[in-house]
Design a protein around this ligand. Structure first.
Ligand code: HEC
Length: 96
């Protein structure tokens, strides 16, 4: 059963040309770093243009709630499962 869920997640990501679901760091780098930067400081051209603050450590629940409720992250929210967001929360780089 669990294997089927993991496979479904993996296939949904492979189907969209992205990376495997259980690797939070790889997911962060693939879907968040373009704005928030590889180290979470927002020190990318896009991040500077949007005046991003450095990311802080968040629980999986807090990050999932934020992404699900924030209009700026709507496109990502539609693509990421709760499991993927929890994995990303564990891997959020906090600038050090
Ligand atoms: C297209 C650019 C973009 C991408 C990609 C992006 N974000 Fe953001 N993010 C923003 C912007 C802009 C804000 C500030 C939003 C606001 O103030 O309402 C923000 C704010 C945040 C915040 C709140 C931090 C704070 O201090 O305000 C968190 C947490 C966050 N993003 C996490 C993520 C995660 C995790 C991903 C990847 C799944 C991601 N973001 C992808 C643009 C982006």
């Amino acid at each position: 059963m669990r294997a089927a869920v993991v496979l479904a997640l993996a296939l949904s990501w492979l189907g969209s040309g992205s990376v495997l679901a259980d690797d939070g760091d790889a997911l962060y780098q693939a879907v968040c770093a373009s704005c928030h930067g590889a180290t979470g400081r927002g020190d990318t051209p896009a991040g500077r243009a949007m005046n991003l603050r450095p990311l802080e450590a968040m629980s999986g629940e807090a990050l999932t709630g934020y992404i699900r409720g924030n209009a700026r992250h709507k496109a990502l929210s539609d693509k990421l499962s709760d499991e993927e967001l929890r994995a990303i929360a564990k891997a959020i780089p906090t600038g050090d």
